[in-house]
Design a protein around this ligand. Sequence first.
Ligand SMILES: [Zn+2]
Length: 133
Amino acid sequence: MHISDAVFLEDLCPKFRLRQWRKSIHKFTGKSCIYCGKPSESIDHVLPQSQGGLNTTENCVPACLSCNGDKSDENALQWYRRQKFYDPRRAMAIRAWLEGDLRLAIRLLQWANPKLNRNKRSYSDDENDYKAA
Ligand SMILES: [Zn+2]
């Protein structure tokens, strides 16, 4: 566990640092919820703070308010498996994130949501993709 990171954040953390850190977490997923892909409006502690979850990047994922609120204090992966929008690729991404392998997590998320990196593409590109599928 990265206990030292948490101490670092909580001790030295002027609000600015915390804000930068939160921003960077949202940036990893292109500001989309790691569970459902909707815009991420909050940061979810995968292991809830009430159960000893830390303020580390490995334990904090971008989430929309609806997922964050619905999941509440439940185990994230167990909760996620019951959702209608469950996607095994996202589940793998969450697991990789928890292990600190953000690169893999992001790759899996892009696989689950190919539009993630395609914001600048025109509508016709998407249409072509659709026809090819
Ligand atoms: Zn969500």
